[in-house]
Design a protein around this ligand. Sequence first.
Ligand SMILES: C[S@@+](CC[C@H](N)C(=O)[O-])C[C@H]1O[C@@H](n2cnc3c(N)ncnc32)[C@H](O)[C@@H]1O
Length: 205
Amino acid sequence: MLDSKGFDLWADGYDKSVGLSDDDDTYPFAGYKQILNEIYNRVLMNKGNAVLDIGFGTGALTTRLYGQGCRIWGQDFSQRMIELAKDKMPQAKLYQGDFSQGLAEELKQNRYDAIIATYSLHHLTDGQKVNLIKSLLPLLNDGGCIYIGDVAFKTRAEMENCRTMIGDEWDDEEFYFAADELVEVFPCMKFEPFSFCAGLMSLKR
Ligand SMILES: C[S@@+](CC[C@H](N)C(=O)[O-])C[C@H]1O[C@@H](n2cnc3c(N)ncnc32)[C@H](O)[C@@H]1O
């Protein structure tokens, strides 16, 4: 599992390597751009423009929303990712911090129309994911929505099939999503698959 220093080192080449994996339709980023586009469209269609991005990385998604007038808040633990994102979104309020320890105090004081997390929460165990999502729900404005796009499957059995297909390339240190298990905790959560290894989970307040 990459720590903040690992992401610092990946940051400058991140967009290119993710784009190649997506273009080649290979694990783990097959479906990446489609998911980001879908979240982008849904956030803009919804009313309100306050957006929190958890693990924003280079700002691939939030930079586009920022360009459309959204007000952006975010948290990431990689100094280099923050520098790259800040360059593109000078007015965004970006905080450095490990989200496995919760959100920065300043972020907890605000309310959001959309809370997004793309390809970041698989760094949390399943229990940590549930706790984080529970802590995010009260931060949504009425009609607001949490969007989680990631390596995700409807069931754990589908995840295991994919693991077998991928073989040695599978990253055993990451905790991907079995959506059905989250739906047991959050019955209103919706799961939509976008590729053989990726999906979008959305949860309205
Ligand atoms: C694979 S990148 C995804 C970036 C971006 N959301 C995207 O869709 O391209 C994961 C991001 O989450 C951040 N991250 C991973 N674990 C984290 C943690 N525990 N706390 C804060 N940030 C974390 C990394 O620094 C990195 O920027």
